[in-house]
Write a new protein. Structure first.
Length: 138
């Protein structure tokens, strides 16, 4: 009987201790950078229908959340394609590690269809945020 009285509390301590260890070993959730489209009369910031050969301006503003900003990429896919073509990639400088802003001029094709433009910001830990707009060209 005395042995059981000793092992019950010891077993409880071991179980509680191991549950703290398991919880503390879980990988921390990473927070990707914040990014938003610029808005206003000179910017396109949402899906839109446009004529062929029209030039528009899309702007983004990105800010660091946990890790410094590292790269910015603009890519596009035509007519529902699942693979994208990179239009521009920028390695960010030391001055851009906390926040980054960029405007991109896009000229729609001279062919009717859809153009999905994706804007990606990546931090130094590899966390990414992607914002996209779809241009329907008529």
């Amino acid at each position: 009987m005395k042995i059981n009285q000793f092992f019950k509390p010891a077993l409880a301590v071991v179980l509680i201790s191991s549950s703290f260890f398991i919880v503390s070993c879980e990988k921390d959730a990473r927070t990707p950078p914040d990014m938003s489209f610029k808005t206003g009369s000179t910017y396109v910031s949402a899906d839109v229908t446009l004529p062929m050969d029209t030039t528009i301006k899309v702007g983004i503003t990105a800010t660091k959340t946990e890790d410094e900003l590292n790269t910015y990429n603009v890519s596009y896919a035509y007519d529902g394609a699942t693979t994208t073509t990179t239009s521009q990639t920028f390695e960010l400088t030391k001055d851009d590690e906390e926040s980054y802003t960029k405007d991109v001029n896009i000229t729609t094709r001279s062919v009717a269809g859809t153009e999905k433009w994706s804007f990606t910001i990546t931090d130094k830990d590899g966390n990414t945020t992607v914002k996209s707009i779809t241009l329907t060209v008529q």
